[in-house]
Design a protein around this ligand. Structure first.
Ligand code: C2E
Ligand code: MG
Ligand code: MG
Ligand code: MG
Length: 285
């Protein structure tokens, strides 16, 4: 296998990530070992408020620091984790690290919302809310500072069970987000019964905002409807200032993407905030 980074995006040379063949089996065994060895690491990508550029939160994105293959992107190992019943363990490891990191930032005076991606499988786990409650309490992190993101396409798989776990999370005070919104066939009308607090507009809309009037129209009405339902809207994949300006026109609340910053190790974030506060002032924000 090989995977390498090229200009901020991932290039993955592996045609068989979902396969049941030798490769996948070997990866599953390797992943079991990696979970014990603590090789799963998180990078954090800033989310900024559109109106003033303030840092509001970060999204935690998992990577596998593999001893031989280097830093592997989630697409390289999450499908294997799903297929081999390891996703719950991956999510557990990610949540533990993200909450510990949120606590560490709080001690440094940085009060950030931390978003964690969970799979639909995790939402069928009736123990999730209880375990999360204990984790947050143990680290002294308010539940409201944690956001769980679930992709829209996965949500439609088992809405009944998932809504119950989502309700428990809402009772706990944990925020929830519909990730990659616009990629599936669900509508906000269907999803509003689940108590979400945030909607992430898929980057396929963000990236066509300036060139495709239909993408702009869908974005505009999605933002309006989301706001009417009391949801915050975060645009993903923002790569240039023109798109950011358009998002401001459309009243989008928050923005995330390479224009602001790529995902980075936790240690780099404090440095990033101090340099961009100056940068932001220079740009007149
Ligand atoms: P996502 O949650 O939609 O995360 C956004 C992805 O877009 C990330 O890729 C991020 O690096 C990338 N990205 C950020 N800004 C830009 C931009 O301006 N342009 C472009 N083209 N891409 C941008 P990444 O880290 O490879 O993650 C891919 C997906 O893997 C995530 O999509 C999420 O669905 C999943 N994932 C990541 N971490 C976890 C995790 O801890 N648990 C689970 N279950 N899934 C995860
Ligand atoms: Mg996400
Ligand atoms: Mg997304
Ligand atoms: Mg995505």
């Amino acid at each position: 296998y090989a995977a390498k980074r090229s200009g901020g995006g991932w290039v993955v040379y592996d045609p068989d990530v979902h396969g049941d063949g030798e490769d996948a089996l070997r990866t599953a065994e390797d992943l079991r070992r990696a979970l014990v060895a603590g090789e799963l690491v998180l990078h954090y990508q800033p989310q900024v408020r559109v109106c003033d550029g303030a840092l509001t939160g970060v999204e935690a994105l998992v990577r596998w620091q593999h001893p031989e293959l280097g830093l592997l992107p989630p697409a390289r190992f999450l499908p294997v984790a799903e297929d081999h019943g390891l996703i719950g363990q991956v999510t557990g490891a990610v949540l533990a690290q993200a909450v510990a990191q949120a606590a560490a930032w709080r001690r440094q005076g940085l009060d950030l919302r931390v978003s964690v991606n969970v799979s639909a499988t995790d939402l069928l786990d009736t123990g999730l809310a209880r375990e999360l409650g204990a984790l947050l309490l143990g680290h002294g992190v308010p539940a409201s500072r944690l956001v769980l993101e679930v992709t829209e396409t996965e949500l439609v798989r088992d809405t009944e069970r998932a809504s119950q776990v989502l309700a428990e999370l809402a009772d706990l005070g944990v925020a929830t987000s519909i990730d990659d919104f616009g990629t599936g066939w669900s509508s906000l009308a269907q999803l509003h019964r689940m108590r979400f607090s945030e909607l992430k507009l898929d980057r396929s809309f963000t990236q066509h905002l300036l060139t495709d009037p239909r993408a702009a129209a869908i974005t505009a009405s999605t933002v309006d409807l989301a706001h009417a339902l009391g949801l915050r809207v975060v645009a993903e994949g923002v790569e240039d200032p023109q798109t950011l300006a358009r998002l401001a026109d459309l009243q989008c609340d928050e923005s995330q993407g390479y224009w602001h910053a790529p995902p980075m190790p936790a240690g780099a974030l404090l440095g990033w905030t101090s340099t961009t506060r100056e940068g932001a002032r220079a740009e007149g924000w």
